[in-house]
Design a protein around this ligand. Structure first.
Ligand SMILES: Nc1ncnc2c1ncn2[C@@H]1O[C@H](COP(=O)(O)OP(=O)(O)OP(=O)(O)O)[C@@H](O)[C@H]1O
Length: 243
């Protein structure tokens, strides 16, 4: 794995020269194996940034580079799980598997995400929390150099969101990948990230990069997470008004 450099000079949704930029002069480096969370106000351009990094949106000025592997593979967990409705949970995972399907690996992924019991169900029988967990497995199954996740806990009730977050963390600890995760929930970001990146709006720029000082072993400790959240709020709310 290598560092990934993201440099977006300008992204605008209109072709006009004077059109306002959604993203401007945004520079980020993701270190290999690092879990990074992007936090920013609603509508600031987070999904746009993920779409650019994933190669879905090519209409921008800038570059995404990984010096040693120019064509690196990317996993993307969209807000909508996008499972194939005519395939079972297991089949949805098998379909993305690179090369020969490794049954034991799928068994392990299903077990890590507590989905073994529903592996032969169709997506319509799953709760949103289960469907999100299948989508996360599919992204890990391709063993990507970079894993993008867009609000994987949004629209889940608090208990389910905590469960998915905790399972994701365990999965990532078993299978470390470079992750860039978008969330509007600072608690989720603190529980997961090595580094928090705070963004501004109009245009979107990086306004602060803050390492999370909580040991990995303590990331389920809600009191520690809340204490750091309060610290960030009191120290940074002047320039991060959305905290
Ligand atoms: N296809 C599009 N055409 C024109 N404008 C767009 C398009 N997609 C997004 N936008 C605009 O670009 C801005 C950024 O949108 P984006 O969805 O990237 O923000 P976001 O930070 O992910 O939002 P949220 O937190 O609400 O999910 C918004 O003002 C949005 O209206």
């Amino acid at each position: 794995m290598n560092d990934i450099h993201i440099s977006i000079k300008r992204k605008s949704y209109q072709d006009l020269p004077h059109a306002s930029a959604t993203i401007a002069d945004l520079d980020l480096t993701l270190s290999a194996g690092e879990f990074v969370c992007l936090v920013g106000p609603s509508g600031c351009g987070k999904t746009t940034l993920l779409n650019i990094i994933a190669g879905i949106d090519k209409d921008y000025v800038g570059s995404i580079t990984n010096t040693q592997h120019p064509a690196f593979n990317i996993g993307y967990v969209f807000q909508n799980p996008r499972l194939l409705p005519w395939c079972t949970v297991r089949k949805n995972i098998e379909l993305v598997f690179p090369g020969v399907v490794n049954g034991q690996d799928i068994d392990d992924l299903l077990a890590d995400m507590q989905l073994t019991q529903v592996q032969h169900e169709y997506p319509e029988r799953l709760s949103l929390g289960m469907a999100r967990r299948v989508a996360i497995i599919r992204a890990f199954a391709i063993n990507p150099a970079l894993l993008l996740m867009d609000e994987p806990f949004v629209s889940l009730d608090a208990a389910t969101a905590r469960q998915v977050r905790s399972l994701l963390l365990k999965l990532w600890q078993h299978r470390p990948h470079t992750v860039l995760l978008v969330t509007h929930d600072l608690r989720d970001a603190i529980a997961l990230a090595d580094k928090l990146i705070f963004l501004s709006a109009n245009p979107m720029r990086v306004i602060a990069q803050i390492p999370v000082p909580i040991a990995r072993a303590d990331r389920e400790d809600e009191a520690l997470i809340e204490a750091f959240r309060q610290q960030l709020k009191s120290e940074c709310s002047a320039f991060m008004t959305y905290l």
